[in-house]
Design a binder for this molecule. Structure first.
Ligand SMILES: Nc1nc2c(c(=O)[nH]1)N[C@H]1C(S)=C(S)[C@@H](COP(=O)(O)OP(=O)(O)OC[C@H]3O[C@@H](n4cnc5c(=O)[nH]c(N)nc54)[C@H](O)[C@@H]3O)O[C@H]1N2
Ligand SMILES: Nc1nc2c(c(=O)[nH]1)N[C@H]1C(S)=C(S)[C@@H](COP(=O)(O)OP(=O)(O)OC[C@H]3O[C@@H](n4cnc5c(=O)[nH]c(N)nc54)[C@H](O)[C@@H]3O)O[C@H]1N2
Ligand SMILES: [Mo]
Length: 802
């Protein structure tokens, strides 16, 4: 199929899909979906408005106190005005400070984990650029894993040998729509999420696959507190489970299978180990508690009769058990993944077409996508000489507790003493939990350097902010892990303000620090693209899989269609067919329903087999007295995390000028809340404002506030009050467990009330922060943008000291 963009349109791609850009009205841009995309992302509507928004960082800026007093811990971060400076001056400051910290404290004192999505594009990928730079600088403390899958990435290797198999070799959607009769979907298959894939996606397939489920009469048992976690269409049986209790439900389904002799003993014997340990636990051996349907009903809120009927239905037909990633982004998040795998194993359909286990259908656009799975060109890295690291969600612990020990995957490590934080391509003041605590943590280092296109909350908490381009302002190429195309990303517009590419910024710093030539290898960005492409094309040609065209032809065509991969495949098919000849890379060679390795770690928060561990924050639990509602802080439908929050799609969904919170009419009525009211959501960690949306598609007792509204703390209020509706003022900064140290942001207990405090604090994050002029500082020339609001010449004293 050749479908091309119209002439004079610049091709590009993004995490939410490929698209074209051409000049639009009033100096703006017009965005055209890629012609080969059957289901373009609604997020495309947010691109034009965000691109040149007033919140773009137009000039390098330095926090006033840092400029005047030099580096050092400061509670004024996030509260003090900035001074705009010339690029050369900013680069001199950053290079000198990096060098000082390295000399005085060592390379491990530089935190360069820099977690975050940044933008698509293989060369200008911000984190890759920063890691290459800091590696050549002598090293840095890094971070491991992701907020997405921090728990599963550590757990799955113990269960099935590696995590990648489950994630990359997931049974494909065409196989599912053809063979599966029943999908039991824990967390649903949330259609809002499938438009997103890291690196890009040219043809969004999943919306079509979801439609095919309906057309083929596949039934879905939607196990989720939110009805919207499955689109209308497929034959749906909704089990509105209480959040954080799926493990109990899964154990009871397994118990029913075993009690009624519906489990597959032959499969369990041949392909798994540890079933007897699990069965003993189900029957109450260790604790006297039988994990039957009546037991689970009291915990998860689904009637025992429905649980038993579902188990029988699962055993009677070709059934796929799938667990969204959200379930592991919670306290004891290992348990629902392990219990879900055990449930699928008991059914005995793992490795059969349309049956078995899946993780993340609907979490990301490419899970189950039958793409070619080609490695695309990438920026070469060098090994990081520093061994220190953190599991990425431990950032606040790292900054607050230098020298303390932490557990990770059965070993003990120590947090180094961080003096400098260098972040490019992420927004921790959106993504991390307990933002009040994160502010205290960010007060600790001597210096915080942030590269950002936008005045995000993270940029506002920095000492030195370097304005960088977005993908539309530079040349690159991109594609996702299972993309159908490699897309040429042409420069569509000039850089906004004085923005420079991350690469150019780091090259200039490397120059000052004496390794400029090593960093750039003497290439311009265009020469890098040609070089990386040529190496990749040669390798692909040699492999015999395909012969990409010469770079110039690729570039002028704007894309190259990658070779097709197989469209039908089944996870663990080979293993099931012959577990002796194709063993898994686990100690037993089989699926570990109980793991001696994990058991030997002796962790109370992650025992050696799937277990019901009661999370502190759950509906009706002991902590629910003052904060009786369970908040689901899931992914937003209207943006990618905090990206595009200033775009039209995200803005159109705000209610009362704030992020929308969904709640059940019964919960609203008891609190005197009407549709569209401004509400305050709070617990002991903080509070935020939001606009009420009443819907029966949310389980009573549950409220939903997605992530990504730019954090907007009201000055002087402690614990923090976010005027805009960022749920991470409410979430707990705890690990999923001492095994994995994953993020637990998905759930928090809260209370909610109608706002009655008079005139509500305004949303301020959609304008830039305050700037002051300082004599004696080389100030950047005006770049023809609206003047920033006048700010007091003296910094306000910070009332938010930790
Ligand atoms: N409560 C709760 N919290 C969560 C989650 C949850 O479920 N609940 N989910 C978590 C998950 S799964 C994730 S992945 C994280 C996501 O957290 P992040 O990845 O930090 O979120 P983004 O908003 O995508 O941040 C990317 C930033 O990069 C900037 N950027 C874009 N292009 C460039 C570039 O070229 N260069 C530079 N230097 N910067 C650029 C953007 O402006 C933006 O500020 O959030 C996590 N937080
Ligand atoms: N539009 C859009 N799409 C995205 C993203 C985005 O920011 N915007 N982010 C992307 C990223 S980085 C990631 S990692 C993935 C994340 O993928 P997921 O983590 O799977 O996505 P979420 O939307 O956080 O959660 C999915 C659903 O799980 C349900 N859920 C929450 N808690 C429970 C529970 O205890 N039990 C049950 N049964 N269900 C529960 C929620 O109702 C929620 O809608 O999404 C990706 N897709
Ligand atoms: Mo994620």
């Amino acid at each position: 199929m050749t479908a091309v963009l119209p002439p004079r349109t610049s091709p590009t791609t993004s995490h939410w899909g490929a698209f074209g850009v051409r000049p639009g009205a009033r100096g703006g841009v017009e965005v055209l979906p890629h012609p080969a995309d059957p289901s373009p992302s609604p997020l495309l509507g947010g691109v034009a408005g965000a691109l040149d928004h007033p919140t773009r960082v137009r000039r390098p800026a330095v926090r006033q106190g840092w400029l005047e007093h030099g580096p050092g811990p400061s509670t004024a971060r996030g509260a003090e005005p900035f001074v705009e400076v010339e690029w050369e001056h900013a680069l001199d400051l950053v290079a000198a400070e990096l060098d000082r910290v390295r000399r005085e404290h060592g390379n491990q004192a530089v935190f360069g984990g820099s977690y975050g999505w940044a933008s698509a594009g293989r060369f200008h990928h911000a984190q890759s650029q920063l890691h290459r730079f800091l590696g050549q600088f002598g090293g840095y403390t890094g971070s491991r894993n992701s907020y997405s899958l921090g728990t599963s990435l550590v757990l799955l290797p113990h269960l099935v040998g590696d995590a990648e198999t489950v994630l990359r070799a997931a049974s494909s959607w065409p196989t599912i729509t053809r063979h599966t009769r029943l999908i039991v979907a824990f967390g649903g298959v949330p259609a809002k999420n499938v438009y997103v894939t890291p690196g890009g996606v040219t043809r969004h397939g999943t919306p079509g696959h979801l439609a095919a489920l309906a057309a083929r009469g596949v039934e879905v048992a939607l196990v989720s507190p939110l009805r919207d976690d499955l689109p209308d269409g497929p034959a749906t049986d909704w089990f509105p489970v209480a959040p954080a209790t799926d493990t109990a439900l899964m154990l009871a389904l397994t118990h029913t299978l075993v009690a009624e002799g519906l489990h597959d003993r032959a499969f369990l014997d041949a392909c798994t180990t540890g079933f007897d340990t699990l069965a003993d636990y189900l029957h109450g051996g260790p604790d006297g508690v039988v994990k039957d349907a009546d037991w689970a009903a009291a915990i998860c809120g689904i009637e025992a009769g429905r649980i038993r009927a579902l188990a029988r239905r699962m055993a009677a037909t070709r059934t796929l058990v799938t667990v969204t990633w959200s379930l592991q982004r919670a306290r004891y998040g290992e348990q629902p993944v392990w219990a879900g795998l055990a449930l699928a194993a008991a059914l005995g359909q793992i490795g059969l077409p349309g049956g078995g286990f899946g993780h993340g259908y609907g979490s990301m656009g490419d899970v189950g996508d039958p793409g070619p799975q080609l490695r695309l060109p990438f920026l070469p890295q060098e090994p990081n000489p520093v061994r220190d690291f953190i599991p990425c969600a431990r950032i606040a612990d790292l900054l607050l507790h230098p020298g303390e020990a932490f557990d990770y995957d059965g070993a003990r490590y120590t947090y180094p003493d961080i003096r400098l934080v260098h972040w490019a391509g992420g927004n921790p003041f959106h993504h991390h939990q307990d933002l009040g605590r994160l502010r205290r943590a960010f007060a600790r280092p001597d210096t915080v350097i942030v590269h950002e296109p936008h005045w995000t909350s993270t940029a506002r908490h920095a000492d030195i902010v370097l304005p960088v381009t977005t993908a539309l302002e530079r040349e690159d190429f991109g594609g996702g892990r299972r993309d159908t195309h490699l897309i040429a990303m042409h420069r569509a517009v000039d850089p906004v303000g004085e923005a420079r590419d991350d690469h150019a910024v780091l090259a200039a710093l490397a120059d000052r620090l004496g390794f400029g030539e090593r960093f750039t290898e003497g290439r311009t960005p265009r020469q890098w693209l040609e070089h990386l492409y040529a190496e990749w094309a040669a390798e692909l040609t040699a492999s015999g899989r395909a012969q990409p065209p010469a770079f110039d032809r690729f570039w002028s065509a704007g894309e190259w269609q990658l070779p097709e991969g197989p469209s039908e495949f089944t996870l663990f098919e080979e293993f099931r067919a012959d577990p002796q000849r194709s063993p898994l890379r686990t100690p037993s060679g089989r699926i570990e329903l109980a793991s001696a390795t994990v058991a030997a770690m002796g962790l109370p928060d992650c025992p050696g087999h799937p277990s019901w561990l009661e999370p502190e924050e759950r509906l009706g639990g002991p902590a629910a007295g003052r904060h009786p509602l369970l908040l689901i802080a899931n992914q937003p439908a209207t943006r990618l995390h905090s990206q595009l929050d200033t775009g039209a799609v995200s803005l159109a969904a705000k209610v009362a000028g704030r992020e929308a919170v969904q709640l059940h009419p019964d919960d609203a009525a008891g609190r005197g809340i009407a549709e569209g009211d401004l509400v305050r959501i709070f617990n002991d960690r903080g509070a935020c404002l939001a606009g009420a949306v009443l819907t029966e598609r949310v389980r009573p007792g549950v409220v939903r506030l997605p992530t990504g509204a730019w954090f907007d703390p009201v000055p002087g209020v402690e614990p923090p009050l976010c005027a805009h509706g960022n749920p991470n003022v409410l979430t707990a900064d705890l690990p999923s467990s001492r095994l994995s140290q994953g993020c637990v942001g998905q759930h928090a207990l809260v209370q909610l009330e109608r706002w009655s405090g008079g005139e509500p604090p305004p949303v301020t994050v959609r304008t830039p922060p305050a700037f002051v002029r300082r004599t004696g500082v080389p100030t950047a020339a005006p770049a023809g943008v609206p003047a920033a609001p006048a700010a007091p010449a003296e910094p306000p004293t910070d009332p938010k000291a930790p």
